[in-house]
Design a protein around this ligand. Structure first.
Ligand code: PLP
Length: 388
């Protein structure tokens, strides 16, 4: 079976875990501090003294997002605009703080937040937007930030798909408001499970540091040294969301190899895009010289077919590929269609619902070979040729 996604881990990660076990300190400590410093250096190698970047890890990407939303002071009654096509993690992270995720339609080629639609969903309660780097593309990022600025909204970037990518020559996370990454088992680098909040806003950073340790104030420095606060102070709801030394050590081994991961993912994306026949489908729009693709998403051409026909065609294609030993996926079912997040009075989401019928994710990960990508592409094209 050619897997949809897979971690690339081996000797270096085993050695890293052994190192932590030999040190007999498994929780949050020196490995976490080192991983945060190395992430910081990777994202912002320039390190300008009066505009420092801060990196706080968390135990998942979802918890990083939740901590970011809470650290911005958002709570019950506040609204956060978020594209409806994203992993449910984005929605749940907002909801976990008591704030309300307000689904926004997406742009047709990138499936990133549609700014024109976001404007229509603004209310006096809107405080922030969570902008998702869908399938590692950035959509119309300039327009999204301009819109946020005009309306005094904070911007949380869900960059779970885009670790290692560049934006105007700088790493994702270098130039934004608050950026969150995921290092779960299949992302561009993995900790096993892990995440991070990245910002130049020191108040947000300090708050995230407290909130991830049950709200215990100023405990992070002590943890790094293998100590903790006993005469402690807490002044708001916190969570046990910090990263462990074991997971951080895996992340460090991955970060040391990230350049080879980036190159491989970009190569496979480019190969797919040259092999998949554009009469049948188009890849999600992104600039492959800057983006580091996490999933490989294509949108099937509908050639005048109805919604029902498209859904049937896509599902048949998934079954066909599975029979050939190729795993595929759907990223993602629009969140406004989920019971928990559906709102009867919401304006329609025509673009997202159209993309939902014609999206398909093909295998993309560092363990794939050129021959694997050729096999997937040939079978993909043959499905349509045989249907003619
Ligand atoms: C993976 C992912 C997350 C959540 O990250 P976890 O580490 O799995 O909790 C959030 N948003 C998107 C778009 C993701 O793909």
């Amino acid at each position: 079976m050619i897997k949809l996604s897979q971690a690339n881990v081996g000797a270096a990660e085993k050695e890293a875990v052994n190192r932590v076990i030999d040190n007999l300190y498994l929780g949050m400590g020196a490995e976490v501090r080192a991983f945060e410093a190395e992430l910081n250096q990777f994202i912002d190698p320039e390190q300008v003294a009066d505009a420092l970047l801060y990196v706080a890890t968390a135990h998942t990407g979802t918890s990083a997002l939740q901590l970011a939303v809470q650290a911005l002071g958002l709570k019950t009654g506040d609204e956060v605009l978020v594209p409806t096509i994203t992993y449910v993690a984005s929605f749940q992270a907002i909801a976990a703080t008591g704030a309300t995720p307000v689904a926004v339609d997406v742009a047709p080629l990138t499936a990133c937040m549609n700014v024109e639609d976001a404007k229509k969903r603004l209310t006096p309660k809107t405080r922030a937007l969570m902008y998702v780097h869908y399938a590692s593309g950035y959509g119309d990022r300039k327009a999204i930030f301009q819109f946020a600025k005009e309306h005094g909204l904070r911007v949380i970037e869900d960059a779970a798909h885009s670790f290692g990518g560049l934006i105007n020559g700088k790493r994702v996370g270098c130039d934004g408001d608050v950026t969150c990454f995921s290092f779960d088992g299949i992302k561009n680098i993995t900790c096993g499970e892990g995440g991070a909040v990245v910002t130049r806003d020191v108040a947000v950073y300090n708050k995230v540091c407290d909130l991830r340790l049950l709200g215990v104030e100023n405990d992070t420095e002590k943890r790094y040294k293998g100590q903790r606060s006993f005469d402690l102070e807490v002044s708001e709801q916190g969570w046990r969301y910090h990263l462990s030394n074991i997971n951080a050590a895996i992340g460090r081994a991955q970060l040391a190899r990230v350049e080879s991961f980036i190159e491989k993912r970009q190569e496979l994306f480019t190969l797919y895009s040259s092999l998949i026949d554009d009469r049948f489908a188009k890849p999600v729009a992104l600039n492959i010289t800057e983006s580091v693709p996490h999933p490989y998403v294509v949108f099937l051409n509908d050639n005048g077919k109805s919604s029902d026909e498209m859904r049937e065609l896509r599902n048949n294609l998934m079954d066909f590929l599975k029979e050939q030993g190729i795993e595929t996926g759907l990223h993602y079912k629009p969140n406004h269609l989920l019971k928990y997040f559906a709102k009867e009075d919401a304006a329609p989401f025509p673009v997202a619902e159209n993309l939902w019928e014609k999206m398909l994710t093909l295998p993309l990960h560092v363990n794939l070979s050129v021959d694997d990508v050729k096999k997937v592409s040939e079978n993909f094209n043959n499905f349509f040729k045989d249907a003619d």
